[in-house]
Design a binder for this molecule. Structure first.
Ligand SMILES: C[S@@+](CC[C@H](N)C(=O)[O-])C[C@H]1O[C@@H](n2cnc3c(N)ncnc32)[C@H](O)[C@@H]1O
Length: 216
């Protein structure tokens, strides 16, 4: 997670949920994320037959590029134009740009608009005030019959004490998301998965809240 150098004020914390703060973060040259695919994506999607995929909150495109390399036709979506521009650059460098489209959307108001995908995935998107439950419902609307929805985020943890309370409240357990699943979906995975990472030179255990559901 980001911005862990100091405690955020309420105003700063609220801004972190808005496009402007992400535009700023992605405006510079420095890479924000590793470029490696997220482990729960690799764990859950490697066994699926490639088709069409939508990654919402794709950031710099690490997951989008991995999916394209696995043979998926991918749409990378984010509300940050700078993030999408970076992701498109990385996809060019990786030689997979021809398998990828980009879509500027806000997950909080997302509507599939008649489009559907065999896989809809999102990693570490944390809208405030429990908003992820509503986002799950919106993203589910973009899953094709027989397709999968994969939602991964941070579980609330002591690790995040540097963050403001409103930001910590944006984190969720996998089971918290179940009310967002519309009828016609079966939950296949509802798990907290521990993951060891090194942040600022310190080894910490964090939990990946992982929800995988299939549209029947
Ligand atoms: C923590 S980053 C994760 C990026 C990427 N999924 C990954 O795992 O490396 C969250 C991303 O979600 C985007 N984002 C945050 N809120 C969003 C929203 N409401 N709608 C669309 N994108 C959003 C940010 O611009 C950022 O790129």
């Amino acid at each position: 997670m980001t911005g862990h150098g100091h405690q955020h004020t309420e105003g700063e914390a609220a801004e972190m949920f808005e496009p402007s703060s992400w535009e700023e973060r992605y405006a510079g040259e420095e890479k924000v994320w590793s470029g490696e695919p997220n482990p729960q994506l690799v764990a859950e999607v490697s066994a699926l037959t490639p088709g069409t995929a939508l990654d919402v909150g794709c950031g710099e495109g690490g997951d989008v590029i991995w999916l394209a390399r696995q043979g998926w036709r991918v749409t990378g979506a984010d509300f940050s134009a700078n993030g999408l521009a970076r992701a498109a650059r990385h996809a060019e460098e990786a030689g997979v740009a021809d398998r990828i489209d980009w879509w500027q959307v806000d997950a909080r108001t997302f509507e599939a608009g008649g489009r559907s995908f065999d896989l809809v995935t999102t990693h570490f998107l944390h809208p405030p005030d429990g908003g992820m439950v509503g986002v799950v419902g919106r993203l589910a609307g973009a899953v094709a019959p027989g397709g999968h929805l994969l939602v991964v985020g941070h579980e609330p943890s002591e690790v995040f004490t540097h963050l403001n309370e409103s930001h910590r409240n944006a984190m969720f357990l996998a089971a918290d998301l179940l009310p967002g699943l519309p009828e016609g979906f079966e939950a296949l995975v509802v798990e907290q998965r521990p993951r060891r990472v090194v942040r600022d030179g310190v080894t910490v255990d964090i939990g990946d809240s992982t929800l995988l559901a299939r549209r029947i």
